[in-house]
Design a binder for this molecule. Sequence first.
Ligand code: ADP
Length: 198
Amino acid sequence: MDNIHPIFDRLLQREDREKLLNQKAKVLWLTGLSGSGKSTIAQALERELFNKGFFAQVLDGDNIRSGINSNLGFSIEDRKENIRRIAEIAKLYLNSGIITINSFISPTRDIRTFAKSIVGEDDFIEIYINTPIEICEARDVKGLYRKARNGEIKGFTGIDSPYENPIQPALEIRTENQDVQESVNNILNYILPIIKTN
Ligand code: ADP
């Protein structure tokens, strides 16, 4: 007898899950200095997307560095392994139809190219949270710049470890003269047409 439900004959695909969730999955990769506003924007964006009926998940230091990557430090090799695992996790979410908002400094072009190669070029949306270091340092949300200046932290991005700005990000957000809501709206304007199904 012919199977009237041919979908049961094959493994579920990402497209099936996206259809269920009524969205197109993407990886939103926020990069920028410590204190540039990545986490604040990521969390506000996650909330806005949720309110609009999208299924999105922030990946950040709190849920990645403290858990699956708790054995990694901040050497060049460990930063690369950190990003490799994050990109692999984002890809699992992607294949589950879920939008991830990745909030990590990801300081070098090399490291972001690496992440993009794991996720896949078509699904990787690089968003540069561009805030001058003077402003990040003045904000000093976690007191880390002060510690880095005192030499209590070594290899701090922007102080004694490089940050390479993205050359052609999909989107650049300048937070110095805008509030969080404006920054979030700028990202929404860009991504909504991409993640909507109709
Ligand atoms: P990061 O995650 O990049 O280290 P945080 O989000 O922890 O940075 O800190 C950014 C700080 O800057 C917060 O205190 C936030 O309130 C402030 N801020 C001011 N303007 C903005 C903006 N437009 N977008 C994001 N954060 C902003």
